[in-house]
Design a protein around this ligand. Structure first.
Ligand SMILES: Cc1cc2nc3c(=O)[nH]c(=O)nc-3n(C[C@H](O)[C@H](O)[C@H](O)COP(=O)(O)OP(=O)(O)OC[C@H]3O[C@@H](n4cnc5c(N)ncnc54)[C@H](O)[C@@H]3O)c2cc1C
Length: 379
């Protein structure tokens, strides 16, 4: 189904056309094979980098494309409809560039052209084995020793572990709580940084996640992003943006599942007529289509606040919550619309359903999004 979009510039229309072409050519034919084999498509990410898609919302002076966030999110949406792991990789990479682009000193910012151009791939290391939701309790520690920080501890569930070129490491340089946390930008090949065996996952199998052990890893002190003690503020503000990326991925995934289910219901006949003409299924599809449109509208409304320089944190939480719950519902019902065919791997809807689940968990579970929204109501 063609989505009727209102975009802010002619350039944005051209960009979305180019991305649709590229996604049809480079992503759609490869997704099944890479997901089956569980192989990370590094070359595909390089291709996206060369097309300028790995630094879209960042300033041109740093090698970005200076696109409004609402345009970047619609690019993600198109990618997610073809291959969620690739869209998520773009979203995580863009999130990983945020601390250095927004809070980095001059030396760290010199890395930006390579990060935004896609020569280097990033990862964001906040979660730990003993806690993801309560991130302010993290225990990975960095002590200052001469011109370096020496980092020890374990990060968990890190997307791009083992394939990234640099890690944003949120670690404790001070006392307990949020104020004791700092952010370091570490090269992946630093001795003492050891990615562990990748997890075996329900979906997103071409996207590696693993624990990363830090064993007295020395990170130069000029790789401190922001000031000591500012790390938690940096982590949360990066997540506000990142959550919009996850919401856009959810909209793209939900749209793909809806489109597939509608096509199937138009072609498949039972009792002498196409499935879609039975009110029971037609109304179900109507509800799903409405939810997808609402999820897109909520996501873009939050992005437009961000683009206007207005507070958008609560709206980003609402968008992430609603869009990812929508993706879970739409993908689950898409399997139902296909009946037995929905349950087998010849059709992509079973994969969509497995993939949707993770979007309700990453970058703050949907319970945490509700906490953010409830707190804003209580203020
Ligand atoms: C595929 C994948 C990729 C990921 N990528 C990254 C990454 O790149 N970088 C990174 O840092 N992390 C990453 N994560 C980790 C992810 O952000 C965490 O899994 C998530 O924040 C939840 O943390 P947890 O798993 O420790 O669950 P817990 O915090 O233990 O939560 C368990 C359950 O309790 C609920 N809960 C917790 N606290 C509350 C509360 N106060 N009120 C109500 N309910 C609550 C949660 O919602 C959840 O349902 C990834 C995870 C996955 C699965």
């Amino acid at each position: 189904m063609t989505v009727d979009r209102i975009l802010p510039s002619d350039e944005a229309y051209e960009l979305l056309e180019l991305v649709t072409e590229l996604a049809d050519r480079e992503l759609a034919p490869k997704v099944g094979d890479f997901e089956n084999r569980g192989v990370f498509p590094r070359e595909v990410l390089r291709t996206l980098g060369r097309a300028g898609l790995l630094g879209l919302p960042y300033p041109e002076e740093h090698g970005g494309a200076a696109q409004p966030y609402e345009v970047y999110l619609q690019v993600l949406e198109i990618l997610a409809g073809r291959w969620l792991a690739v869209a998520e990789a773009v979203s995580v990479h863009t999130l990983s560039c945020y601390p250095v682009a927004t809070f980095g000193g001059e030396r760290a910012r010199r890395l930006l052209p390579d990060l935004l151009g896609g020569a280097l791939l990033g990862a964001y290391c906040l979660s730990e084995p003993q806690g993801g939701s309560d991130a302010a309790a993290l225990t990975t520690r960095a002590r200052r020793d001469g011109g370096d920080y020496v980092v020890s501890g374990t990060k968990a569930w890190i997307t791009h572990a083992g394939v990234a070129d640099f890690y944003n490491v949120f670690c404790r340089t001070g006392g307990p709580g949020a104020r004791g946390i700092s952010c370091l930008l570490a090269d992946a090949n630093t001795p003492g940084i050891v990615p562990q065996t990748p997890e075996r996952t329900m979906g997103l199998r071409s996207s590696p996640i693993a624990q990363i052990a830090f064993d007295e890893a020395r990170v130069p002190a000029d790789r401190l992003i922001g000031a000591e003690g500012e790390g938690f503020k940096i982590a949360l503000s990066a997540l506000d943006s990142g959550r919009l990326g996850i919401a856009a991925c959810a909209v793209g995934l939900a749209q793909a599942a809806l489109d597939y289910a509608v096509d199937y219901a138009r072609q498949r006949e039972q009792f002498g007529q196409p499935l879609i003409e039975f009110q029971g299924l037609g109304f179900l599809l109507a509800d799903l289509a409405t939810q997808v449109s609402a999820a897109r509208a909520l996501t873009l409304a939050a992005a437009r606040l961000r683009d206007a320089g207005r507070p958008y944190s609560t709206e980003a939480a609402k968008a992430k919550l609603f869009a990812t719950d929508t993706a879970m519902r739409v993908t689950t019902d898409a399997v139902q619309v296909l009946g037995g065919a929905g349950y087998v791997c010849d059709h992509p809807v079973e994969r969509y359903m497995r993939e949707a689940k993770v979007l309700q968990i990453v970058e703050g579970t949907n319970q945490i999004q509700r906490m953010v929204i409830a707190r804003s109501l209580a203020r």
